[in-house]
Design a protein around this ligand. Structure first.
Ligand code: ADP
Length: 250
């Protein structure tokens, strides 16, 4: 990390390069049911990120030795399209995508009622079509909605945001330049009701005081992001007709 001398990330009015204040999020839009074959799907637009998520399952885990007799296994696969970044990204899995797939799978496992579906797998395919910093957290936040849209029981939703340090200030939801040239980058995700931390990574350095400030900024933002997740699900179910349940009328 380290800022090149000609790269100012905070302007003379104290605003960030894209005009945001320290705790301001980039625009977030979540659309469900964008794919026909998936059990649940989401298109997530978060700033310049565009991410497609498709969920299948729970279905019998295959190969058999991957089955867990006590619970469903969540298999998230994060992939960045070759055209998702400025330079062509070499297609196929690499160390970074393997790591991100793993941390996303683990975070989702804390939210899904996996114990209800022994011996099965839940596939979560994540395709980053356009990357603009914060893709792991945007993918995870989107995947949580896609799982809910698939009708898979969850104890809570996962909601995340990155926070970091730029020119000595703690700022929320880092942009690409802030991610590249800032002093710290901390992607973090929590369960939206329980506030249990399910993903926390860190690049750079922060004092304990700065770390506390950073985490409380993410907790505040998680309420706003959870609201966007809820609205996307409300929108999905709004137009649907449900059969009347016998005896449900008073
Ligand atoms: P995250 O996307 O979760 O912030 P990183 O911090 O690893 O994960 O990456 C930050 C950003 O760097 C990504 O969002 C993407 O815009 C860019 N990036 C990641 N990998 C590549 C790559 N192979 N080529 C070009 N840009 C990349």
């Amino acid at each position: 990390m380290g800022t090149p001398s000609d790269m100012k990330l905070i302007d003379e009015n104290g605003r960030r390069l894209d005009g945001r204040g320290d705790e301001e999020l980039r625009p977030i839009r979540i659309t469900t049911d964008v794919l026909q074959r998936a059990d649940g799907s989401v298109l997530m637009e978060w700033g310049g990120n565009k991410i497609m998520v498709a969920v299948y399952g729970p279905r019998e885990a295959y190969p058999k030795h991957t089955q867990d007799i006590e619970k469903a296994v969540i298999k998230a696969r994060y992939n960045m399209a070759a055209f998702s970044v400025d330079e062509r990204k070499r297609p196929g899995p690499d160390r970074r995508s393997t790591e991100i797939s793993k941390v996303i799978s683990e975070a989702l496992s804390a939210a899904v009622m996996v114990e209800k579906f022994p011996r099965t797998q839940i596939d979560v395919f994540i395709e980053v079509l356009q990357a603009d910093a914060g893709t792991r957290i945007a993918s995870l936040t989107a995947a949580s909605v896609a799982i809910a849209a698939a009708g898979i029981p969850m104890r809570d939703m996962v909601v995340g945001c990155a926070v970091g340090k730029v020119e000595g200030r703690i700022v929320l939801d880092l942009s690409k330049d802030e991610d590249n040239f800032g002093q710290a980058d901390v992607p973090m995700a929590v369960l939206s009701k329980g506030k249990e931390v399910v993903l926390l990574q860190m690049d750079g350095d922060l004092t304990m005081e700065e770390f506390d400030m950073a985490t409380s900024m993410v907790l505040n933002a998680s309420e706003r992001i959870a609201e966007i997740q809820r609205n996307a699900l409300v929108e999905k179910y709004k137009g649907e007709n449900y059969p009347e349940i016998e005896g449900s009328e008073e």
